[in-house]
Unconditional design. Structure first.
Length: 529
């Protein structure tokens, strides 16, 4: 589960959390149309700069890498943070969202765990007067994300970090993190461009690319991950040309990576990869690593590791001390809760499951991440029954997400539920709506399915006991309330009734996905038991 999630420390944050809950929180309510664009509708960076000025402009006190992208920001930030920590630097990292505690968004020091509650409260006590003054002068317009971002910058300054890694929250140009000036920016990184937050970022892939390219600063190098479409990459390169920013591509012809095999260590999988970088343009970069054991699975995570490696090599070129050994160790050390995370048998037992099924939790919620998850499932669990438990926010690409998962291994059981998004249900898509989507997409793909309605113990018992030696239609049902581990028990029992023509009934895999908030629910239930 997420490091540092202890409930004892959370009790110290009561006053701070109450204060933050009174601020406007777009993670809970949804982002307004056009808010992330560089336009009259966009977020006002002026109020963020005025808040930071009251706090002493802490973001100007250390060099930073600024990371934007539709997917891969968090993984790339985690890889790079661990690389720099392995080299011995005092690293600050700011990311979002969190799973168990808001403290996860800020890590500082040599070990990388969530900031302690005592340190965060001490910081808040010292900064509260200035924040109050800013809120009053801005007529209450300062948001939850803006205030917490400012606090992270202040903490990094007070802890004298050597280096900060800052993940953008939404887009780039108008994101609250985009106050970092070129004089403090070591490099910017753009991981991927996809359709998430389409309305908030202008309505097209091109407008999203323009928004994210806003973190590219005059004369500072930019690392682009990808792969990108030709048109999108050209937008990024055009912005770099205008700002005279050197471009380093993680998809350069001199960059090669491959996954050689999947291994298992203490019942958890890893992928053994080769990563070779030999870029010979204006900034020659070189590294050759073989048999790197990544705990984060999938081709997309390998590409995130390549992007982080190229960024580390870029920093080396700028004069930072970064060894190949530190890059290897940082990549291998990195793990993130909720990204292709397999629960241990002990954890499954804590949730009341019998341990016969493998439990995978993954926060996939876009078309691209659904494809990546399908690839992970196919690679790690190519046979045996498969159950999916899914809950999603109402502003996601539900049809494309569903189509990608159904294009992979056909699940035997799909249970839809209601995710609690940022502690509430305002942005949750009803389970019945999700069920209609899944049934419709299954029919479009020619997949036979059976609507089992709202799951309950009687209905599940009947279905689970009705074994057959023939393939059964894909069972699609709904939970009868917000997601809980009871739905995992239902999935496990339904899988016991699945039989295949080839014979036998393998233990199977249960995957919980659709939102990082679904992952958070599982981890919270583990912590509470």
């Amino acid at each position: 589960m997420a490091a540092g999630g202890g409930r004892g420390e959370e009790g110290q944050l009561g006053e701070f959390l109450e204060y933050m809950d009174r601020l406007r929180n777009y993670e809970r309510s949804g982002v307004p149309r056009g808010a992330g664009t560089d336009s009259d509708d966009g977020f006002d960076l002026g109020r963020m700069r005025r808040l930071l000025r009251r706090l002493g402009d802490p973001h100007t006190h250390y060099p930073a890498v600024h990371i934007a992208g539709t997917k891969g920001k968090g993984s790339t930030a985690a890889f790079l943070s661990n690389i720099m920590r392995e080299q011995g630097y005092n690293v600050g990292c700011y990311s979002s969202p969190h799973l168990l505690t808001i403290r996860e968004r800020i890590s500082v020091g040599e070990h990388g765990g969530p900031v302690s509650a005592a340190l965060l409260m001490d910081l808040f006590d010292q900064a509260k007067e200035a924040i109050d003054e800013s809120i009053e002068s801005e007529n209450g317009a300062l948001t939850h994300f803006e205030v917490f971002t400012a606090l992270s910058f202040l903490l990094f300054s007070r802890e004298n970090v050597d280096f900060a890694i800052v993940e953008a929250g939404l887009g780039g140009a108008r994101d609250a993190t985009n106050v970092i000036r070129n004089s403090e920016l070591a490099a910017s990184v753009i991981t991927t461009i996809g359709k998430e937050h389409l309305a908030a970022l202008g309505g097209s892939l091109q407008s999203i690319a323009v928004a994210k390219s806003g973190i590219i600063k005059e004369g500072r190098p930019v690392v682009i991950g990808g792969p990108f479409s030709t048109e999108v990459e050209q937008i990024l390169r055009d912005r770099a040309f205008l700002t005279q920013s050197p471009v380093i591509s993680a998809c350069d012809s001199g960059v090669r990576s491959i996954t050689r095999c999947i291994g298992w260590d203490y019942a958890k999988p890893n992928q053994s990869c080769d990563i070779v970088v030999k870029i010979s343009n204006d900034r020659p970069l070189s590294m050759e690593l073989h048999d790197v054991k990544l705990q984060l699975l999938g081709d997309h995570q390998r590409q995130n590791a390549v992007t982080a490696s190229c960024t580390a090599l870029c920093l080396r070129d700028l004069g930072w001390d970064v060894s190949d050994a530190s890059i290897r160790a940082g990549l291998e050390k990195t793990q993130l809760p909720g990204r292709s995370q397999f629960l241990t048998q002990d954890e499954a037992s804590v949730l009341g499951l019998d341990g016969a099924s493998t439990i995978l939790i993954d926060g996939a919620h876009t078309e691209a991440s659904a494809k990546a998850l399908a690839d992970v499932i196919r690679t790690v669990e190519p046979e045996g029954p498969l159950a999916l438990i899914i809950g999603m926010a109402d502003d996601k690409e539900h049809l494309a997400f569903t189509a990608q998962l159904l294009s992979g291994r056909r699940p035997d059981v799909v249970l839809l539920t209601e995710a609690r998004i940022a502690g509430g249900t305002a942005r949750s898509l009803p389970a019945s709506s999700l069920r209609d989507i899944w049934i419709g997409v299954a029919h479009d793909q020619g997949i036979e399915c059976a609507d089992i309605g709202v799951v309950n113990s009687i209905r599940i018992g009947h279905l689970a006991d009705a074994s057959s030696d023939k393939p059964t239609p894909m069972m699609i049902g709904c939970g009868d309330g917000p997601f809980s581990h009871d739905l995992m028990k239902a999935a496990s029992r339904l899988l016991h009734g699945v039989r295949r023509v080839e014979g036998g009934a393998p233990a199977g895999l249960i995957c919980i996905t659709g939102s990082l908030h679904m992952v958070s629910s599982v981890l919270q239930q583990l912590e509470q038991q």
